[in-house]
Design a protein around this ligand. Sequence first.
Ligand SMILES: C[S@@+](CC[C@H](N)C(=O)[O-])C[C@H]1O[C@@H](n2cnc3c(N)ncnc32)[C@H](O)[C@@H]1O
Length: 216
Amino acid sequence: MRFEDVAAVLDGRVPFMTASQGRQVYDHIRSERATSVLELGTAFGASAAYMAAAVAQNGGGRVTTVDRHHFNAGPAPPPEETAARLGLEDTIEFVRVDHSSYTWWLKEQIEARTDTGGTTRPAYDFCYIDGAHDWHVDGLAAVLVERLLKPGAWVLFDDLDWTYDSSTSPTPDGLSAEERATPHVRAVFDIVIGGHPSFDRLLVDDGRWGWARKRL
Ligand SMILES: C[S@@+](CC[C@H](N)C(=O)[O-])C[C@H]1O[C@@H](n2cnc3c(N)ncnc32)[C@H](O)[C@@H]1O
């Protein structure tokens, strides 16, 4: 599906990913010829749709997108409805972990793909992490995602500068003033990914996106 066709349906109508961000992930998936994509944090399905359009344009594949909520009401239609409107329903797999978190779902995927010798069969050509934005959740997610990425695949972190202080999201109990003021995703990117031996290229884009490539 062409970028212009998906943007014409999403832009300004479906939060959260903007058309210019959609263009960037679309072009990345096209240029890397990615066909197996993972997303942590679906919301109304804008980013999933941009990524699925690129996967479809690559000849077909799957975007698996994981969230803990069903978005059946709000400023946009449910993500399943948007996918169907775009004809991308067979390209997007919506996973709902109502009871839990994508970190638990990642644990299950790794268990299912790990042999008795401890080797994990990687699954994904690209991963977009745009979920909790929390050190405790996404620090673990980053480590688990690395196990599922194919060599040479990129992971993209959204919202490097997001903080609890600057957000209307509920703040977990017991966070210190420093934890509320510190950008958690940037800490994950700098400390967990930056210090991880599996990643050989790190790029910060536009100040708010962190890209990291798993070593070939
Ligand atoms: C910013 S929204 C995602 C926006 C979407 N990627 C887009 O650009 O269209 C973040 C989503 O992450 C989900 N989320 C946050 N923490 C989560 C967790 N621990 N497990 C599963 N989903 C989570 C929220 O329910 C929310 O829908």
